[in-house]
Design a protein around this ligand. Sequence first.
Ligand code: NAX
Ligand code: ADP
Ligand code: K
Length: 495
Amino acid sequence: MHEILSAARMRAADQATIAGGIPGIELMEAAGRAVAEAAKAMAPDGLVHVLCGPGNNGGDGFVAARLLAEAGRPVSLSLLGARDRLRGDAALAAARWTGPVHPAGPDLPAAALLIDALFGVGLDRPIEGLAAEIVAAVNAAPAPVLAVDVPSGLDADSGQPTGPVIEAEATVTFFRKKPGHLLEPGRSLRGTLELAQIGIADAVLAETGIDGHENVPALWARALPRLTGAAHKYTRGHVAVVSGPATRTGAARLAAGAALRAGAGLVTLASPGSALLVNAAHLTAVMLARMDGPGDLSALLADPRYTAAVLGPGMGLGPEARALTEAALAAPAALVLDADALTQFADDPDRLFSAIAARPAPVALTPHAGEFARLFPDLAKLPLKTGRARAAAERSGAVLVLKGADTVIAAPDGRLAINANAPPWLATAGSGDVLAGIAGGLLGQGMPALEAAAAAVWMHGAAANEVGPGLIAEDLAPALRPVLATLIDRNGRRT
Ligand SMILES: NC(=O)C1=CN([C@@H]2O[C@H](COP(=O)(O)OP(=O)(O)OC[C@H]3O[C@@H](n4cnc5c(N)ncnc54)[C@H](O)[C@@H]3O)[C@@H](O)[C@H]2O)[C@@H](O)CC1
Ligand SMILES: Nc1ncnc2c1ncn2[C@@H]1O[C@H](COP(=O)(O)OP(=O)(O)O)[C@@H](O)[C@H]1O
Ligand SMILES: [K+]
């Protein structure tokens, strides 16, 4: 159920199902029924006003209106465009509606609920003219809005408004979620999301292919590190985190603490001599090693017990910092490169990519949009966030974590997950450092890179939800405990 389908693949799934012998009107009846049920739950009484568009999204609206009326609810309906222009299943659905069909306009009745069945995945241009006036009126109306499939005006693939767009309290979509339900601002515009099954068989996915998955534990839970009675700290991995200079040490400590909480057996902060005392003053379970340049870091990471390293948080730019990252790239450990460790390669991203290609252990890159644009200036212009992440993973040979409210995780082989559990209070200084640490902690325990990165992003969001508003980055690592408890039981088994 967690596969994601683009509008084109969803159309292919509809068509394959109809070609397989299930009439389109049956799918539409099931879709309209799901919408009617959601409408009853949202507004137990009062008038429901259904706004129908000229395509099959409008057809779903006609079905919902009929079923609500049959259930005894007061229903009114308006249609954008002429009734005799309706085609196919939508025309059939409209023929089954026996109530009046009002011409759609910005004058809306005082309703308990508005159903937006104007445009779905068939939207092919920005909404304008009369339809735009209707959208504005719907958004200004006091009644809550239930969107059919997608809020009208939203691009189902990008999550971007194409122009005027409906702001919905809730959306009912069919068969599988679309990228635009998870990518911002679509995730905010669609309100709560219900997924309804309408008679399309899961097997159709083998034919259509998928556009990725929603980032849920089912994707990676089986790959989580497994604790057994025979575990000792070295079997749980040793993660090195590179500290910045004396005036910028906090970010690396946040990452180190998070790596330990994520289950790494040992975490060592590799600190410049000048920053040893300030780091020592703040550390207990995290260990400290003196590291005064790339030679020291190479020597440290040459110890094969170091299974992962995290570089970037608070690290700084310039040739010395860059030389540290080069040393880590030449070492055998898995790597998380974040923040400054990415920006260091802005002048020569290909140098980073060839170093990644030359190493046996995996690399995860965790840029926010600004860092991404420095490494992938051409890809940053691609219209879809999913497309940007996928192309960058392919080019870099690394697992790409393109951060934001709607973080996208992509592997070089094309696998992709969109994360949708992060609350807005995660947007606070240092929270990215914690994410890098969690990813390092999971990689260090031997988790495969895509799974480790996706799990880290999900745990980060779940920990933020545990904490709630008011969160500061320091709160995140402790909040991993209840999150891990939902994933791993006390006997070390994955739940
Ligand atoms: N048989 C099927 O394929 C099923 C389709 N379903 C519904 O059908 C929807 C897709 O239906 P359609 O492909 O007919 O597409 P839509 O109903 O989303 O919209 C397409 C219609 O709107 C017009 N249009 C597009 N953008 C416009 C704009 N900006 N201004 C004015 N007119 C515009 C198009 O010319 C076309 O007439 C889905 O979102 C879903 O709600 C469901 O009923 C399930 C079954
Ligand atoms: N509006 C938001 N909603 C949810 N999560 C967000 C939002 N904005 C940022 N985040 C998350 O917060 C973290 C911020 O990381 P980053 O940009 O590197 O900041 P910093 O360097 O201050 O830690 C990322 O994990 C990102 O996905
Ligand atoms: K709609």
